[in-house]
Design a protein. Structure first.
Length: 375
């Protein structure tokens, strides 16, 4: 008999439960096959946090793997932020284990792009908001790639806006469970493997992923292309298909630039992104600056004024507060303002030694890390 999923069991933690003497749990945000996510606050500061938990006893600890990867990416961000640069990488706040659970604590973000799109009247974004999201995604992935990592699961649910008024114009990349280091310790590109298992989410994965080829930086950007098309027209042609082979064939045969884009027409930046990606291979270095600039031009063409920060779709229709309220998250603008100040005052990222993950079992961590980096 299969073990019940984390979703079927109901919340594992109760409201106002104190965890590790440091955090207060408030409400469950989501649940999946192996774990649950909660809104929590840090005792003393009241800082909003996201707490991912997984029960002890799983043969493969997905949460421990994610914590190791997130810690290494955060460490890279820590080394790169000596100029006070605010990176679009969600911060790892803490990781610890109790007799019952493994717990990963991260900075709290606002709603993800998938939630914000579903909250719109027609399940699509305006051209302006679509281009804003695309530019932020390209810029965020450039930073992640510069750190030496590829995400391998670029999708709307893995990009979140920030909290509060300032956070509405920021985008953060989250969930590094499938991320892979593509640069060796000596700074060289890893050799391309002849075969790789499917990685990513069916709707947004690149054709290379469907063909079980080794993934690289270009594959993250193919996902951005699919997301951009979906955001502006509402849905992709393979939205209801769930067969991996069938979806792969559809991606090869359907020209997304020939779809109906309404009165706006086919965006020039879509054509440019598509042509650029078609010319890239496994070892290619995408021209992020060029792509970001082309999207920026499209953004201006659509009416966006950078100086006055035109309101994005979720600001115009107040979707954020509605989504947070539905999750029973208190909309406290005072706390959001304090969090924005904390971010300005402290750009540091939480860095842990690998031995901290499972106490004294450092050798297991090293073995786990080797497995992760070669997947």
């Amino acid at each position: 008999m299969n073990a019940p999923s984390a979703n079927a069991e109901g919340p594992w933690l109760q409201p106002y439960e104190i965890i590790n003497s440091k955090y207060t749990v408030h409400t469950m945000l989501s649940a999946g096959g192996f774990g649950q996510v909660y809104w929590a606050t840090e005792n003393g500061t009241g800082k909003y946090l996201a707490m991912k938990i997984e029960k002890q006893g799983n043969k493969i600890s997905l949460l421990t793997e994610e914590a190791i990867i997130a810690s290494k990416i955060n460490r890279s961000a820590c080394k790169k932020n000596d100029r006070g640069i605010r990176h679009p990488i969600v911060r790892l706040f803490d990781y610890f284990e109790t007799p019952e659970y493994k717990i990963l604590v991260m900075s709290m973000c606002g709603p993800n792009i998938r939630e914000l799109k579903k909250a719109t009247e027609c399940d699509r974004f305006s051209p302006t908001t679509t281009f804003w999201i695309m530019k932020k995604m390209v810029d965020a992935l450039k930073i992640l790639h510069d750190f030496g990592w590829i995400h391998r699961d670029v999708k709307p649910a893995n990009f979140c806006i920030g909290l509060g008024k300032e956070g509405a114009h920021r985008l953060y990349v989250v969930d590094f469970g499938l991320a892979r280091k593509y640069i060796t310790s000596t700074g060289k590109l890893r050799e391309k493997r002849s075969f790789s298992s499917f990685r990513g989410t069916l709707r947004y994965a690149s054709i290379n992923a469907h063909n079980k080829k080794d993934l690289s930086r270009v594959d993250d950007l193919w996902s951005v292309y699919y997301i951009g098309v979906e955001n502006i027209i509402g849905k992709l042609p393979w939205r209801v298909a769930n067969d991996r082979e069938k979806v792969g064939i559809m991606k090869q045969e359907i020209n997304l630039l020939e779809l109906d884009y309404g009165s706006y027409g086919v965006p020039d930046c879509f054509r440019i992104l598509y042509q650029h990606l078609c010319g890239l291979g496994f070892y290619s270095d995408p021209n992020y600056t060029y792509l970001s600039g082309m999207i920026d031009e499209e953004l201006t063409k659509s009416g966006y004024n950078r100086r006055y920060h035109n309101k994005l779709d979720w600001e115009t229709h107040k979707h954020v507060n509605k989504i947070l309220s539905e999750k029973n998250i208190e909309v406290d603008q005072d706390v959001f303002r304090k969090m924005a100040k904390w971010e300005k005052d402290n750009y540091g990222y939480f860095c842990m030694e690998l031995g901290a993950f499972t106490g004294d079992n450092f050798s297991t961590n090293c073995k786990s890390l080797c497995i992760l980096e070669n997947n």
